[in-house]
Design a protein around this ligand. Structure first.
Ligand SMILES: Nc1ncnc2c1ncn2[C@@H]1O[C@H](COP(=O)(O)OP(=O)(O)O)[C@@H](O)[C@H]1O
Ligand SMILES: [Mg+2]
Length: 383
């Protein structure tokens, strides 16, 4: 067996719980770091050697769609989860025939296609940006007539960190966008005039109990999340209620188990849902050091049928992503209250390689901490 890591050769303990994670990225690594204190053993399925999550347990090296690797991965597990949304749905379904898989493969399937995602949102009363399906240059022209500009052309599948999308402002930029993205199934979205981006993260357990993290305010640059703050400063109680109601509706509709993240645009008239992630989410990383139970631990608790913990932060929490480089440990840790999380990835431009969390007693103090950390992150990364 192509195993490595500290799971190899250890006798099975009667009381140990074994969780499998499909994907070996930083989210898998942090799920493991949260579950290990609960006495849980982890196994990951990941084709690449030396993945960030290799550190948390046994590593089965195999492709996500290799039946033989999937069977080897599933053996003896109590539950399977995944840490990225492009897990082949067929693989998730195959595993679900052998071991409980959460979140349910149907949620995965929906989240993989922006068009299906938007249709689902709309069918349960969750408002989205206006959109049109685009499969040809003529479709694009027609969609632009209806939606106007600015608009955003996006691939239906496999987009992340702003990749696979192009903004269209006029005729020439429509040609350029088509040139770059045409040939795969696309969607055109009307541009939402939002004043900020928020995310609603919640967790639902196997008995249907739901806990909400406070809405986070998210700052993106070049399509990549840079900073999150929670609770979202100045959020109106009715907005927070609206988000909870919408997230709950989605969780119930999907009979969901685990952590979900829904990205929203906040506009003058309320919330517009952008997309959902059927997994723990970058905008919830602050919860590791917020003083409540983190999204990672609650996800593990939920999929195992264990009681959920209180997500509420104690005071104000924030997170700054480290993109393309990281500051000296000595400097990062020198910021009062700062907690450093590195993913063991080599720096590359535009690549998330870690984050720093900070928690403070007041919003004013949080802002001071965030400013110090952002400056360090900025100096270390590509800017
Ligand atoms: N319809 C839209 N109107 C305005 N801004 C948008 C729209 N769609 C995406 N964006 C901007 O682009 C970012 C990335 O788009 P998103 O659909 O979330 O893709 P990704 O999968 O890359 O996160 C969003 O966080 C937002 O800042
Ligand atoms: Mg997004």
């Amino acid at each position: 067996m192509a195993n490595s890591g500290n799971g190899e050769g250890r006798p099975a303990l009667r009381q140990a719980i074994h969780v499998g994670i499909i994907g070996g990225g930083q989210l898998g690594r942090m799920l493991g770091l949260a579950g290990i204190p609960l006495g849980i053993r982890f196994r990951i399925l990941e084709p690449k050697e030396n993945a960030p999550a290799s550190a948390i347990g046994e590593h089965i090296r195999g492709d996500y769609d290799d039946p033989e690797a999937l069977d080897r991965f599933a053996e003896g597990l109590d539950a399977v989860t995944y840490e990225f949304e492009n897990v082949p749905v067929e693989s998730a379904r195959r595993l679900a025939g052998q071991v409980p898989v959460f979140p349910p493969p149907a949620a995965l399937e929906m989240a993989q296609d922006r068009l299906v995602e938007k249709e689902t949102f709309e069918s349960i009363g969750i408002e989205t940006a206006p959109w049109r399906q685009v499969d040809s240059r003529e479709d694009l022209a027609r969609a632009l007539e209806v939606l106007g500009t600015p608009a955003i052309l996006k691939t239906r599948r496999f987009g992340y960190d702003g990749k696979g999308q192009e903004r269209i402002d006029d005729g020439p930029s429509a040609d350029a966008a088509w040139e770059r993205l045409g040939g795969v199934p696309l969607i055109l979205e009307g541009f939402v005039d939002f004043h900020r981006e928020l995310s609603g993260i919640a967790v639902r357990d196997r008995s249907g109990q739901i806990r909400h993290y406070p809405l986070a305010e998210n700052l993106h640059r070049d399509g990549i999340l840079r900073e999150s703050r929670a609770p979202a400063p100045g959020i109106l109680p009715e907005r927070a209620r609206e988000a909870r109601t919408k997230v709950e509706r989605l969780l119930e509709y999907l009979d969901y188990v685990g952590v979900v993240a829904v990205e929203f645009f906040e506009t003058a008239d309320g919330l517009i849902a952008n997309e959902m992630a059927p997994r723990v989410h970058n905008s919830g990383h602050w919860s590791q050091d917020g003083g409540g139970v983190s999204q990672f631990e609650n996800h593990i608790r939920a999929i195992l049928g264990l009681p959920l913990g209180d997500p509420a932060p104690n005071g104000w929490a924030g997170m700054v992503n480290l993109i393309g480089g990281f500051p000296r440990r000595r400097e990062a840790l020198g910021v009062s209250g700062a907690r450093l999380h590195l993913y063991d990835k080599s720096p590359r431009p535009g690549r998330k390689i870690g984050h720093i969390n900070v928690r403070r007693g007041s919003l004013e103090e949080l802002e001071k901490g965030m400013a110090q950390i952002s400056e360090l992150a900025h100096d270390a990364g590509e800017g």
